[in-house]
Design a protein around this ligand. Structure first.
Ligand SMILES: Cc1cc2nc3c(=O)[nH]c(=O)nc-3n(C[C@H](O)[C@H](O)[C@H](O)COP(=O)(O)O)c2cc1C
Length: 178
């Protein structure tokens, strides 16, 4: 299966990308082909809401999303990777997701699999409630099939994350993708 990993952290070697690395290691061991889209360092402009695309068509903006669109639509699964920012996903990842607007029906029609990995400083039980509700809604709206989620509580720095149980959780999630 082809998997696209959508990374949304400005920290290339940060906590959420550490979790993504473990997920990828597991998924590749399981025989999947993984491609990373680094949404935080790509040339991606916010959706202007012009609806020139009619929710399914060429986008008037010419940036890296032209290539990412093809890569996402060729994949069988998308994995959202984000640090927790004010209890939601990062603006970098959200900016890419908003650009799905121009290929919304294609995503819905494909019936892709999905997963989410996130890292946060906080470790309260409610830390990921808002992001989880958002992810569940995206799964429902985009006709995705959820394969799992890793909520990295208390993963405030790469060192905290490396020593957390979430590295193993992310690896096992990737290894278990069928
Ligand atoms: C702008 C900003 C907002 C943040 N908001 C939260 C938050 O709402 N809750 C939380 O627990 N941690 C929050 N954090 C901490 C990060 O989620 C945490 O440090 C995470 O490990 C960063 O992941 P990264 O290394 O992949 O960038 C925030 C950090 C930043 C920079």
């Amino acid at each position: 299966m082809k998997i696209v990993v959508l990374e949304g952290s400005p920290n290339k070697k940060g906590s959420s990308n550490l979790l993504a690395g473990e997920f990828i290691r597991g998924a590749e061991e399981a025989g999947h082909h993984v491609q990373v889209i680094d949404a935080a360092h790509a040339d991606i402009h916010p959706c202007t809401g012009c609806i020139h695309c009619g929710y399914e068509g060429p986008c008037v903006q010419k940036d890296d999303v032209e290539v990412f669109r093809k890569e996402i639509l060729e994949a069988d699964m998308m994995v959202f990777v984000t640090p927790l920012y004010y209890y939601g996903m990062s603006a970098q990842l959200k900016t890419l997701i908003d650009r799905f607007c121009a290929f919304n029906s294609s995503i819905q029609g494909k019936g892709m699999k999905s997963a989410i990995l996130s890292a946060a400083w906080n470790s309260d039980h409610w830390t990921f409630d808002a992001l989880e509700a958002h992810y569940d809604t995206l799964v429902r709206y985009l006709n995705l099939t959820d394969m799992g989620r890793v909520w990295g509580r208390g993963c405030g720095t790469p060192s905290m994350t490396k020593h957390s149980r979430y590295m193993k959780e992310a690896y096992e999630l990737g290894r278990g993708i069928k």
